[in-house]
Write a protein that binds this ligand. Structure first.
Ligand code: BDP
Length: 696
């Protein structure tokens, strides 16, 4: 070969190899469609999907077509016609059983859709290497949309699509994001910019970004969104505001997403029309009925209300001597004729009920079991305190068999390093789901209470406090997206493992390169436990800075309520550390059933991860490691730091395999995280050391 030509080709190849991967800003989330790298995989996909037909005329069917038009050419790097009719030499076929039948598509008899409900779907593929065909079928267009996104996920994660026999139905009915967004655009506990809902522009103008939010939600099966803060403003229920909400509802509808609102209990008085908000007053009930009629006039598929009542200063029925059930039922009656649901929050901790915050909600709500209307869910946080880095499961799970309990998780990392920390939360949520409540004997995990199977409830729900905002990358931290994703996937199927979900997310969001997937997955899977160690190891909790909940403040003892102080939680003194909740203390262990009660009551059998949550333990006590408690505590804080150092090392090892912009952003975040966990270690170890004397 001509030397010059050779040199030229060599130079070209070298430059191409050294070119950085193209820059990205994270906006695409996991709906990032990129060409298949592997030639044989690419050829399989191209053979199977020479074209696509999405049968049906609905807006949702059109949305499926537009998603495929965006995704398929990018993934297959080929022209892929997408039509609404069957095409000669069918490729991918998507539709409802009805439209497929009308279109002349015959499916094997066992796949008749009878057991799919209105959200489940099947994906089948048949045929040999040269003529692979794929069908996605469901009973409704929205379920077909879910199926389409599932298929795209298979392609994005480079799965073998021969012989597909996917059949999946969501295990939980209401799968909602809870946005703690205020009407002025600020977000309570939001760390990614401002609210996505530009209330000022609505209803005339809807931000195109909201469409991408809806696509992302639908792609993971989220089917409802609560638009406003649980610390609600009555204004969200004014006619003008409802029109704005209706505009969003219109946009979300074809994606299968229903809109909900947080309702302020005192709205009848605040907005005028009633002299009181007493739920037992017929005029108040009438006010809410009229309000519900007005809402459904504008939004026929409105989902219902979330209510935070008699909690942290919010108004509620107890002001009138009525109960939480009275309040919830009055609203439930207003919504029932329209098919709406009330989600009444159990996040209450009235100090008059019990001096131990961990017992308050249990005491108030178990007394009301069986007294709620059928269209009511009681919404319970995963733990009895408040979204701490780790807590045992909330004892209400399993203790209210007559009431469907909705699980509330916090996706936004209020107590978990906010948008600075890399903390993948699926392992934490799995720990909650898998915790055995022993409610119906061994094998009654929290998951079975939440999905309704333990007590035969048809109504079931899960809510995730959203971490989205106006930041270009949606969640502030590029890895915050993983928690939004994991929430949706677990809401659909809580049996999925944290590792599987991480793998899907990494492949769809970052890269299908095996080294990248392995490195990022191992960073993610250890990240939550690392945060626990860095901030509140061994069952400690609530040691964060007052109000902002970021950074350490173990000495805090001047807050307006005792249970907003760190000292209330850790109770460190010259004898030891921890909150005694055994029978010799607050007795909170007795709220749990079966073997848990005895196991957790005894410091010798209580798992170390919950030790200081349930016990005040002497500094010199021997731990599983052989160390004293004090040494173990220090070792945990050290390991919290080491973990971040390790994550940084792993991240650097894949620098050339991911795009520079997101790489840099994560690198900067990890640097800030390392600085903050060092601060945690020094502040906590320094503070607790004051109490530790002569233990060796
Ligand atoms: C706490 C938050 C507070 C919320 C409250 C709630 O600090 O901002 O309003 O939960 O869930 O974690 O109502």
């Amino acid at each position: 070969m001509n030397k010059i030509l050779f040199a030229f080709i060599f130079f070209f190849l070298m430059t191409a190899a050294c070119l950085p991967v193209r820059s990205e800003d994270g906006y695409e989330l996991w709906l990032r469609y990129r060409k298949v790298e592997n030639a044989s995989r690419l050829s399989q996909y191209r053979t199977a999907i020479p074209n696509a037909s999405v049968l049906g005329k609905s807006t949702t069917a059109e949305l499926i077509r537009s998603e495929l038009r965006r995704a398929l050419p990018a993934i297959l790097d080929a022209t892929v016609p997408v039509s609404s009719d069957r095409t000669e030499g069918d490729g991918l076929l998507i539709g409802t059983f009805q439209t497929l039948r009308t279109g002349g598509v015959r499916l094997p008899r066992e796949f008749d859709g009878k057991d799919l409900g209105d959200e489940g779907f099947i994906i089948l593929s048949a045929g040999g290497e040269k003529h692979l065909r794929i069908v996605v079928a469901a009973n409704t267009d929205v379920a077909a949309l879910y199926g389409a996104f599932h298929l795209l996920r298979l392609l994005q994660t480079r799965q073998d699509i021969a012989g597909l026999r996917v059949k999946t139905v969501p295990r939980i009915r209401l799968r909602l994001l809870n946005h703690w967004d205020n009407l002025d655009g600020s977000i309570e506990r939001g760390y990614a910019g401002r609210s996505l809902w530009k209330w000022k522009d609505l209803p005339e103008k809807t931000d195109p970004r909201v469409v991408d939010y809806a696509r992302a939600c639908a792609s993971i099966g989220i089917n409802g969104t609560v638009l406003n803060n649980v610390n609600a403003s009555a204004e969200s229920l004014t006619p003008d505001h409802l029109k704005k909400t209706a505009a969003l509802a219109d946009l979300f509808r074809p994606y299968g997403i229903r809109v909900f609102l947080s309702a302020r209990f005192s709205a009848p008085v605040q907005l005028g029309g009633a002299k009181t908000s007493d739920p037992r007053d017929p005029a108040v009930a009438a006010w809410w009925k009229k309000k519900a009629d007005e809402i459904y006039g504008l939004i026929p598929d409105f989902g219902g209300f979330v209510v935070k009542a008699n909690s942290e200063g919010q108004p509620g029925p107890q002001e009138f001597g009525a109960t939480h059930a009275d309040g919830a039922n009055m609203l439930a009656d207003a919504l029932a004729p329209h098919g709406g649901t009330v989600m009444w929050r159990a996040f209450v901790y009235d100090a008059g009920i019990d001096a131990d915050r961990a017992k308050c909600a249990f005491k108030e709500f178990t007394a009301l079991d069986g007294r709620f209307r059928p269209n009511t869910l009681v919404q319970v946080k995963n733990g009895p305190i408040d979204f701490q880095p780790r807590e045992p499961f909330h004892p209400l799970f399993g203790a209210m068999p007559k009431t469907p309990l909705m699980l509330e998780l916090q996706i936004t990392q209020e107590y978990l390093g906010q948008s600075v920390y890399l903390a993948y939360l699926a392992p934490m949520w799995k720990e909650t789901f898998e915790s055995d409540t022993y409610a119906n004997g061994p094998g009654t995990p929290v998951a079975s209470i939440v999905d309704g199977s333990a007590d035969g409830h048809a109504l079931s729900g899960i809510a995730g406090v959203a971490n989205t905002g106006s930041d270009r990358n949606w969640c502030g931290h590029p890895f915050g997206q993983a928690n939004w994703y994991a929430f949706g996937r677990l809401a659909w199927d809580h049996r999925l493992s944290a590792g599987t979900i991480a793998g899907e997310w990494i492949r769809s969001t970052w890269s299908n390169d095996a080294a990248v997937v392995d490195s990022i997955r191992s960073m993610m899977l250890g990240s939550w436990e690392a945060c626990v160690n860095a901030m509140t190891p061994l069952g400690l909790c609530h040691l964060m800075k007052e109000g902002i909940h970021y950074g350490p403040e173990p000495g805090l003892d001047t807050a307006p309520r005792p249970d907003w102080n760190s000292t209330y939680y850790h109770r460190a003194d010259s004898l030891g550390i921890g909150f005694e909740r055994g029978v010799s203390g607050s007795g909170a262990v007795n709220l749990y059933r079966g073997p848990l009660r005895t196991q957790w009551n005894d410091p010798e059998t209580c798992p170390e991860k919950f030790l200081l949550f349930f016990h005040h333990v002497p500094w010199g006590r021997r731990m599983v490691s052989g160390r004293t408690l004090w040494d173990e505590l220090q070792a945990r804080y050290d390991s919290g730091v080491e973990s971040v150092v390790g994550m940084r090392r792993k991240w650097r090892s894949i620098q050339n395999a991911v795009d520079p912009e997101r790489y840099r952003m994560v690198e900067e975040k990890l640097e800030a995280q390392e600085e903050n966990v060092r601060l945690w270690r020094d502040a906590c170890v320094g503070y607790f050391a004051k109490y530790v004397k002569n233990i060796r």
